[in-house]
Design a protein around this ligand. Structure first.
Ligand SMILES: [Zn+2]
Length: 98
């Protein structure tokens, strides 16, 4: 069971993930871990919960440091818009996965 990054409902089944790259070397250091761990990202008006991925995960191998899980395409869109419009510089890259 997971909690949606946007509506915070608990859900099962299909996940709509968003991956992100931490900005810069110093930030990236914070997300180096053998085990995934929970994290919180704040933008004005919002606090979003995500997961820092482990070093051996396929996400990490593609350069991504964290993943956020949404329950629907709509929630995923709202989340990405909120981050992008409120605080552009928080991540090096924010990308939705199919
Ligand atoms: Zn949702």
């Amino acid at each position: 069971m997971m909690k949606c990054v946007w509506c915070e409902k608990t859900f099962e089944g299909k996940v709509f993930p968003v991956v992100a790259k931490a900005k810069g070397k110093k930030e990236k250091q914070k997300y180096v871990s053998d085990e995934p761990f929970g994290l919180e990202v704040t933008v004005p008006g919002f606090k979003f919960k995500g997961i820092a991925v482990s070093e051996d995960s396929p996400f990490k191998k593609n350069g991504y440091d964290m993943v956020f899980c949404a329950c629907s395409e709509k929630c995923r869109e709202n989340f990405m818009i909120a981050v992008k419009t409120r605080r552009k510089s928080i991540f090096d890259l924010l990308k939705s996965l199919k």
